[in-house]
Design a protein around this ligand. Structure first.
Ligand code: NIG
Ligand code: FE
Length: 414
C-alpha cells in the first residue's frame, strides 16, 4: 500500500461534506490551520491538525510531504466544458470585438454550426490528442475532474465519436471526465422548423446507442431563443430522464425563456449560464435542489452582464462555477480568471468561489460523495498553492497559484 502524509499546511481547506452547500453554507470552507492529510493509495483516510495526526501514526511508514507556507485544498471540479472539438473560431472573436453579437454570428451560420464541419472531419484519434493537450492545461490549473459535452457533430456518428474520445481520455489521463450528451446543441439549417423531429431522432436513434456503450451519464440541451424552445426542451429532457440520463440544461443565457423554471420542473441536476434567470426561477431552483452553475468567463468574453450569483446565494441557492471551455463563446479554462470574475464582478467571497469550484462543482456532476472535499473516504484529489492563505487567490489576480496536483494519491503535476 502506498502511504503518504501531508503535514504543516498553513491552511488546509477541507470544504467538508458529501452534498452541495446552499446559501450561507457556501461561506464555510472548513479551514484547519497547520493542517494535515493522510493518504492510503488513492483515498484520504484522515484529516486534522498536524499535531493530531502526528499522534495517530508512525511517521516511518509514510512518505512525508511538508506543506508549510502553502494552502492545501481539494482539486477543482470544472463542471461545464465543451473541450472536445475540431477547428477554431478566432475570426468570430475579432468580429465580436468590433461589435458583432454572438447571436447575430450564429444566425449567419457561424457559432456552434461552424464547429460542426471540422469536428465531423477530425478522426477520433485527432480529437483524443487535442483533448489530451487541453486536459494537461487543466491539470496545471488544479482541475482534477472535468465534465465534457458532445454537441459538435449533430449527427449520430460524430456525437458518438466525441463521447468515445472522452471515454478513451478518461481511461488514459489523470483527470477524471464526466461525459454529457449534448446532441441538441444547435439547429442545423436542414432541421430549421423541424426541431421536434430532430429531437425525436436524438431520442430514438442516437441516445439508445449512447446508453448501449455507456458513453454519457448526463443529457443536456441549449434552450434559447432561435435554438430549442421551452416546450421542445421539456419534451426532450423528460424523455431523456425516462431513459436513465441525469439532466443538465443551458438555460436563460441570452434571453429569459424560463429555463431555470424548466430545470426545476424536470429535476435537472444543474442549470447552467442563468445570466437572465428570473427571480421565480431562482427560487424554484433553490426549492428543487438544482445546482445553479455560473460561467462568468463566457459572460466576460461575450461582454454580457454576469449571472446574479450574489442574489442566488443570498436566496439560498447552491451555486457552482465552471469554465465553459469551448471554441466559440469562451476559449479559456483559466481558473484564476474565474476566481477574479467571481470575486470582483459577482461579489462573491473567496470562500464562496472555492465552494463553487469544489464541492458544489462535484455536486453538479453528481460526484459530491467521491470528490470535492478533503475528508476520510474521499478520493485523494488534492492541490497545493504556492501561498499560505486562500486570500492570495483573488489578490494575486489572474495568476496560477497551483504548485502541485495529487490525483488519486499520486503526484501528477509539480
Ligand atoms: O455554453 N451556449 C451554448 N453553448 C456553448 C457555446 C458553444 C460554442 O459557441 O461553440 C456555451 O457557451
Ligand atoms: Fe456550454
Amino acid at each position: 500500500m502506498k502511504k503518504r502524509y501531508i503535514r504543516h499546511a498553513s491552511e488546509l481547506v477541507t470544504c467538508r461534506g458529501n452534498a452541495p452547500k446552499h446559501g450561507k453554507e457556501m461561506s464555510d470552507v472548513g479551514i484547519i490551520k497547520d493542517g494535515a492529510v493522510l493518504i492510503h493509495d488513492d483515498k484520504i483516510v484522515a484529516v486534522g491538525t498536524t499535531e493530531e495526526l502526528d499522534q495517530q501514526i508512525n511517521k516511518e511508514e509514510y512518505e512525508v510531504i511538508d506543506a508549510s507556507g502553502k494552502v492545501v485544498m481539494p482539486g477543482f471540479v470544472d463542471s461545464h466544458t465543451h473541450f472536445i472539438f475540431g477547428g477554431y473560431r478566432a475570426d468570430e472573436f475579432s468580429w465580436r470585438l468590433k461589435g458583432d453579437s454572438y447571436m447575430s454570428i450564429m444566425e449567419r451560420g457561424g457559432g456552434i454550426n461552424a464547429t460542426v464541419i471540422p469536428t465531423r472531419e477530425a478522426t477520433e484519434e485527432e480529437l483524443v490528442e487535442a483533448g489530451r493537450e487541453r486536459l494537461n492545461r487543466m491539470l496545471e490549473f488544479g482541475v482534477t475532474t472535468v465534465e465534457g459535452k458532445s454537441g459538435y457533430g449533430m449527427d449520430c456518428e460524430t456525437e458518438l465519436k466525441q463521447l468515445r474520445a472522452m471515454k478513451k481520455l478518461d481511461e488514459t489521463h489523470a483527470v477524471d471526465i464526466v461525459r454529457t450528451f449534448l446532441g441538441p446543441h444547435s439547429v442545423l439549417p436542414e432541421w430549421k422548423g423541424k426541431e421536434r423531429e430532430f429531437l425525436e431522432e436524438q431520442l430514438q436513434v442516437v441516445m439508445p446507442k449512447v446508453k448501449e456503450e455507456n458513453l454519457a451519464e448526463f443529457a443536456d440541451i441549449f434552450t434559447e431563443k432561435n435554438v430549442f424552445n421551452i416546450e421542445d426542451s421539456e419534451y426532450y429532457l423528460t424523455k431523456a430522464k425516462e431513459m436513465g440520463f441525469k439532466l443538465k440544461i443551458h438555460a436563460d443565457e441570452i434571453y429569459q425563456l424560463g429555463g431555470a423554471e424548466l430545470a426545476s420542473r424536470v429535476g435537472a441536476v444543474s442549470a447552467d449560464h442563468l445570466l437572465k434567470a428570473s427571480d421565480e426561477g431562482i427560487h424554484q431552483m433553490r426549492d428543487a435542489g438544482v445546482i445553479s452553475t455560473l460561467l462568468p468567463a463566457t459572460a466576460f468574453c461575450l461582454k454580457e452582464e454576469y449571472a446574479p450569483g450574489r442574489k442566488m446565494i443570498d436566496e439560498g441557492c447552491a451555486v457552482a462555477i465552471a469554465s465553459d471551455l469551448n471554441p466559440g463563446s469562451c476559449f479559456t479554462n483559466s481558473i484564476p480568471l474565474l476566481v477574479a470574475l467571481g470575486c470582483i464582478y459577482m461579489n462573491m467571497s473567496i470562500e464562496e468561489v472555492i465552494t463553487a469550484l469544489t464541492i458544489n462543482g462535484a455536486a453538479a456532476v453528481d460526484r459530491a460523495d467521491i470528490v470535492g472535499s478533503l475528508e476520510a473516504g474521499k478520493q485523494a484529489d488534492i492541490i497545493f498553492l504556492k501561498f499560505p492563505s486562500i486570500h492570495f487567490m483573488p489578490y494575486h489576480t489572474g495568476i496560477n497559484l497551483v504548485e502541485t496536483v495529487i490525483k488519486k494519491g499520486e503526484t501528477v503535476y509539480h
